[in-house]
Design a protein around this ligand. Structure first.
Ligand code: E4P
Length: 218
């Protein structure tokens, strides 16, 4: 399973990259705003800065909701760096834009996926990734992981190349279940990735090993 980090914070992206397990970055307009990045030029420069840190797969989201606007914005974003994946919302014109970008060889991530039907449409249009938001489904008493399982099954049935990118991942158990189910990618905050490191028996075991070594080597 690929690990993407879901943030626009450059130091968190660098920290995850330095760990050696980072395969990409997802951002969205809310995450950009959280970092205080506003204005078209600043946002584009920020995407370039992210691309300078990681090896591939930087999702950059369009703001337009009409086909012409999405095509213009998406082409501009894709031209920034070959690592860019254009993030398109799951709306009617978004599907048309995904189809067009696929024919131009521009990679896309269809975002705001909340049903299997939406994921099927995006795959048929040729999306490189679909992003089902599992945490937001859990928030409204729907099982987000069940949706991931459903989409993985549908894509397997027909051999779609579209990768299931589990988004809105809130904790380590989400991430582990996504791996069990066969999600191709999980995107999550840094604390979820580093949370995988932790176990109290690792800490106490290491403490004891070091104490025993020190006793014998006084
Ligand atoms: C996906 O690409 C989104 O940026 C993100 O995962 C949304 O997560 P949230 O529900 O925690 O905002």
């Amino acid at each position: 399973m690929k690990f993407f980090i879901d943030t626009a914070n450059l130091s968190e992206i660098q920290e995850a990259y330095d760990l050696g397990v980072l395969d990409g970055v997802t951002t969205n307009p809310s995450l950009m705003a959280k970092e205080g990045i506003t204005g078209e030029e600043n946002i584009k420069n920020h995407y370039k800065a992210i691309c300078d840190i990681v090896d591939n797969n930087v999702s950059a989201e369009v703001i337009s909701t009409d086909l012409a606007g999405m095509l213009k914005e998406g082409r501009e974003l894709a031209a920034l760096d070959e690592k860019i994946v254009v993030k398109i919302p799951m709306i009617k014109d978004g599907i048309k834009a995904i189809k067009q970008f696929a024919s131009e060889g521009i990679r896309t991530n269809c975002t705001l996926i909340f049903s299997a039907g939406q994921a099927l449409l995006a795959a048929k249009a040729g999306a490189s990734y679909v992003s089902p938001f599992i945490g937001r489904l859990d928030d409204v008493s729907q099982d987000g992981l069940l949706l991931i399982e459903q989409i993985v099954g549908i894509y397997d049935n027909y051999g779609y190349d579209t990768e299931v990118l589990a988004a809105s991942v809130r904790h380590t158990m989400h991430l582990i279940h996504c791996a069990e189910i066969g999600a191709h990618v999980s995107t999550c905050p840094l604390k979820v990735i580093t949370g995988l490191l932790k176990h109290p028996l690792t800490d106490s075991g290491l403490e004891k090993f070091l104490a025993d070594y020190n006793k014998g080597n006084k």
